[in-house]
Design a protein around this ligand. Structure first.
Ligand code: ZN
Length: 295
C-alpha cells in the first residue's frame, strides 16, 4: 500500500519503525526518511531492525494535500482503520499492524500547508508507567528542546495505535507552512539517530549534546487536540498578532479574523495562559478552523 524499506542489523536488537507522510503536505519528514534510507543502504551497521516508511499517505502526497481525495479522511484520526474499509482506513489498518509489530515507533510530522508548529516532540501520557518512561526517554534523546506530553485518551491517531499495543512511541513536529527546510531535516535526522542510539541500535554513534529542554505534560482531555483550539468565528482571512513560540496570558488577542468583505472582524482570544505552540500561517480560514494552540 505504501513503500517500505527495512534494514536488518547483523546483531539482534529492537525493532524501530519511523514514518513520515501520514499527512501528504508535510515534507521534512519525507526528506529525512529518504536520507535515512540512503544512509542505511550504504552502511547498515545496526543492532535490530529499522523499518522506514517515507510516505504513508501516498494518495494525499500526490495531491499535495493533508488528506486523500478518495474519502477525505484524516489518516491521523482514522486509526486503527479497517482492512476492508476506504483507502485511508486501509492505510491506517496496514500501518497499525506494523506499529503493533514494533518495539519503538517514531511518527514525524509538520504543520502542513496551513499551520506552523513549534518544533517539538510529543507523546501520550500512557497509563503504563514503563511505557511512559520509555517515551519520555525517547523524546529527551530526540533532542528538540520542547516536549509535550498530552492526554492518553485521544483516539484515531498513530499514537493511539501504539498506545493500544503498549509500544513506546513519540511524534515530532517542525514548523510547516508547506516548506521543506534544511533546519527541519537536520533536526529530524539527528533526532532519529539519537533515539536509535538511546535504545541501543547504534554502537559507535555519539549523539550531539542536548541542551536545556522544556517539558509540558498536560493530561486534560482536550490537550493535544489541535483542531479544536481557538476556532475562527466565521470564514475569511486570519491575521495573527502573536509569534509562534511566544508566551501569552489568558484573554490576550492571538489574532483577528475578518469576513469576505472586511466589514466584520472578530478577535481570537487566548483561552489560557501559556506558549503559542501552533499558529495558522495560511490566511484563509473557514468557520471553526483552528487559529492556534497554546500549551
Ligand atoms: Zn501531520
Amino acid at each position: 500500500m505504501f513503500a517500505i524499506r527495512e534494514f536488518v542489523g547483523s546483531t539482534p536488537g529492537p525493532r524501530l519503525l519511523i514514518t513520515g507522510g501520514v499527512h501528504g503536505d508535510e515534507f521534512e519528514p519525507i526528506a529525512v526518511i529518504q536520507r535515512l534510507i540512503t544512509g542505511f543502504s550504504e552502511k547498515s551497521e545496526l543492532n535490530g531492525t529499522l523499518t522506514l516508511v517515507p510516505i504513508v499517505n501516498e494518495a494525499a502526497f500526490l495531491r499535495g494535500h493533508r488528506v486523500a481525495a478518495e474519502d477525505g479522511l484524516d489518516l491521523a484520526r482514522t486509526f486503527p482503520g479497517s482492512a476492508d474499509g476506504s483507502l485511508t482506513e486501509r492505510v491506517a489498518d496496514q500501518l497499525a499492524g506494523m506499529i503493533q509489530q514494533s518495539d519503538f515507533y517514531i511518527d514525524l510530522h509538520t504543520g502542513g500547508t496551513e499551520i506552523s508548529v513549534l518544533p517539538m516532540t510529543g507523546y501520550m501520557l500512557h497509563s503504563d508507567e514503563s511505557v511512559l518512561a520509555k517515551q519520555r526517554d525517547m523524546a529527551r534523546a530526540f533532542g528538540i528542546p520542547f516536549i509535550w506530553g498530552t492526554s492518553a485518551g485521544l483516539d484515531g491517531r498513530s499514537m493511539s495505535a501504539a498506545r493500544d499495543a503498549d509500544v513506546p512511541a513519540i511524534y515530532a513536529e517542525y514548523l510547516g507552512s508547506a516548506t521543506c527546510s534544511d533546519a527541519g531535516i537536520e533536526a529530524y535526522f539527528d533526532g532519529c539517530l539519537n533515539v536509535m542510539a538511546a535504545i541501543g541500535m547504534l554502537t559507535d554513534f555519539v549523539p550531539k549534546p542536548v541542551g536545556e529542554i522544556e517539558v509540558v505534560e498536560d493530561n486534560s482531555e482536550a490537550s493535544g487536540h489541535m483542531q479544536l483550539c481557538h476556532p475562527a468565528p466565521f470564514a475569511g482571512l486570519f491575521y495573527p498578532e502573536v509569534e509562534l513560540g511566544e508566551s501569552v496570558s489568558e484573554n490576550a488577542i492571538l489574532g483577528t479574523v475578518v469576513d469576505f468583505t472586511g466589514e466584520t472582524s472578530g478577535n481570537i482570544i487566548a483561552e489560557k495562559s501559556g506558549r503559542v505552540v501552533v499558529l495558522r500561517t495560511f490566511p484563509r480560514v473557514r468557520e471553526g478552523d483552528s487559529c492556534g494552540v497554546i500549551a
